[in-house]
Each structure stands twice: as C-alpha cells, then as structure tokens.
Unconditional design. Structure first.
Length: 69
C-alpha cells in the first residue's frame, strides 16, 4: 500500500515538473517572438531614419545647386 502511495506521489510530482517545463518553454517562445518583433520594428525605424537623412541630404544639395545658379 505504501508503494502505491509513493508511486502516486512520484507520478503527481512528475506531472508538476512537466507542467513547469511546458510553461517555461511557452514563456521562452513568447519572449523569442517579442524579441523578433522588436528587431523588425527597430529595422523599420532605421530604414525610415535613413530615408529621412537621404531626403535631407538631397534637399540640401538642391539648395546648394540653386544657390550656385
């Protein structure tokens, strides 16, 4: 009888460990997705900054060309 109780206790504890491991994997997966989305957002922001800088440079060049004429 004590073996049966011990076996049930071990099975219950193993189930808790599995649940904890599953939760950890899920949390890690969500964190990875958040990081990937953050990277995409950062890349998009950098592209917009680069485009704005290029437009400013072109505008300055156009003003210099107009001033020379």
């Amino acid at each position: 009888m004590t073996r049966l109780i011990a076996l049930i206790a071990v099975a219950a504890l193993a189930g808790c460990g599995l649940d904890t491991a599953t939760s950890a994997v899920t949390a890690a997966s969500l964190k990875k997705q958040e990081l990937e989305q953050g990277k995409k957002t950062q890349d998009q922001a950098q592209q917009k900054i680069n485009q704005a800088m290029e437009q400013m440079n072109q505008s300055a060049q156009n003003r210099e060309n107009a001033a020379e004429k």
